[in-house]
Write a protein that binds this ligand. Structure first.
Ligand SMILES: [Zn+2]
Length: 480
């Protein structure tokens, strides 16, 4: 398990505390800093833009208040300002059970228990850590050897991710109303209908989607789709816990497993240059991504797969919109614009923290589409062996397309002319891909979520060195 996974799977309070530790550099008064930081964190969870109230900040007497008191005061202040943020207060009050001074202790973040926190929102409702927590943590572990799983295992694991998320079982779900109720302590939790009542149909849908991934594709197969699902799940849990509604998370995760469905091992340019019916149908615009969306909904709306047949119209409409936005964002032609927008968000720091404005629909879209797109480009963040294996498969698939194009008399793109066994070309291609495409995106991601993702940048650098050494070795061999 990576260090980011273990330090962030615990409750949201621990998450904010760990972020605070990462953010606090000792240059300012710790209590004032904590006040501002926790206030921003609370607001961010409910999608509100923070506006700093200097007079309230000045009212804190750092000589008499302990850290839990500051947290409580923040919670009280926010409760007065906006009702919706009170859903989070219970967690803060729970956190005051921790020994005073925990926030400023110098112990390493990794000393925190990943799943035992009493402030875990789910455990506060169900009376203990959900049985699925450890399972989900394992399923979405960044360090899973995704290529080692069999097709059956991939389907089972995909279904288990959705099962253990709580989409089909309301006892696993944190809802603001329930948190509000639990504050009163006198009212038992209300029963709430699960988001998806037709669980069996959703399972059937996932099986249909899985069957529509071609096992013969070296790269765009179910292994890749499942790895994107797991990495997206990891980031939703560790980077954006409770930033999105349950329906939004469901749409993003469903989009992740569907994002390459029906892929035939050929890119959009192939369909455009061959005037294929898909290119004609989608007017050369995001040909593959449009096809993935269209096929997904075609499979979804078939009777035995139609888990949404009992949904209200607006619920389906929100799901469909977020799903489509997520899948279309995986078009590499959107990459630079998306990276640029994410970079703008990342550069907008306040007191060392980046706080995306989730009330702004465009900014919110940038956040969740970046998560899906980055997961789609996550291979260089994985172990060097996994990174190499995935890269080999990408180049193998591209080379096969090049051979097909050559056979059919089309002009072949230079990067499709070399098999991965041509080591020098292989290494140089990876160095360019990581340097110009992958690294800027992931650096923007890590700037927004440093506690969860900074180790991914270290891994990208480590893998880049591997490719450079491979290139240098092959060049020295060539000069012998
Ligand atoms: Zn993909």
């Amino acid at each position: 398990m990576s260090s980011s996974s273990s330090s962030t799977e615990n409750g949201s309070v621990d998450r904010i505390i760990s972020d605070f530790r990462a953010d606090f550099n000792g240059d300012s008064d710790p209590l004032t800093h904590m006040y501002e930081f926790s206030r921003r964190s609370l607001l961010r969870r409910d999608g509100f833009v923070p506006s700093f109230n200097c007079s309230r900040r000045a009212s804190i007497d750092s000589g008499t208040l302990g850290i839990p008191d500051v947290i409580r005061q923040v919670a009280e202040d926010l409760k007065k300002e906006n009702e919706s943020v009170s859903s989070f207060i219970k967690e803060w009050i729970d956190s005051s059970d921790d020994p005073h001074g925990i926030i400023l202790e110098s112990s390493p973040l990794t000393s925190m228990s990943p799943i035992s926190s009493s402030s875990n929102p789910r455990s506060s409702l169900s009376g203990g850590t959900p049985k699925t927590s450890i399972l989900l943590t394992t399923l979405i572990d960044w360090d899973n050897d995704f290529l080692a799983f069999t097709g059956t295992e991939l389907i089972t694991r995909s279904i288990k991710i959705f099962d253990s998320w709580g989409f089909f079982d309301s006892s696993l779900v944190l809802l603001p109303e329930l948190t509000q109720e639990s504050l009163a302590l006198s009212s038992p939790p209300q029963s709430v209908a699960p988001l998806v009542k037709q669980k069996d149909k959703f399972h059937a849908f996932i099986k249909s989607v899985s069957k529509n991934y071609r096992a013969s594709n070296p790269y765009h197969n179910l292994h890749h789709a499942h790895s994107v699902l797991a990495i997206v799940g990891n980031m939703l849990r560790n980077c954006t816990p409770n930033w999105f509604s349950q329906l939004e998370e469901f749409a993003i995760l469903t989009a992740a497993i569907c994002h390459d469905v029906g892929h035939r091992g050929l890119n959009s340019d192939y369909y455009i240059k061959t005037k294929h019916e898909l290119a004609i149908q989608y007017n050369d615009l995001s040909v593959l991504e449009n096809m993935h969306c269209s096929l997904s909904f075609d499979l979804m709306l078939r009777g035995s797969n139609n888990f949404s047949s009992d949904w209200p119209e607006d619920q389906f409409s929100i799901f469909r919109k977020i799903f489509i936005q997520s899948v279309l964002s995986t078009d590499m032609k959107q990459h630079f614009e998306l990276t640029s927008k994410l970079g703008e968000i990342a550069s907008n720091t306040n007191g060392g923290c980046v706080i995306p404005n989730l009330l702004n629909a465009e900014e919110k879209k940038t956040v969740f589409t970046s998560i899906v797109h980055a997961a789609d480009l996550a291979n260089p963040t994985m172990s060097t062996k996994a990174c190499y294996d995935w890269a080999f498969r990408v180049v193998e698939e591209m080379y096969a397309q090049g051979k097909l194009e050559e056979k059919r008399g089309y002009l072949v793109a230079p990067f499709m002319k070399h098999p991965p066994t041509q080591v020098n070309e292989f290494a140089k291609l990876q160095i360019s891909f990581v340097g110009y495409i992958v690294s800027p995106l992931w650096k923007a991601m890590a700037a927004i979520w440093p506690a969860a993702l900074s180790d991914k940048i270290e891994q990208i650098d480590k893998n880049s060195k591997f490719w450079e050494e491979m290139r240098d070795r092959s060049e020295s061999m060539m000069h012998l």
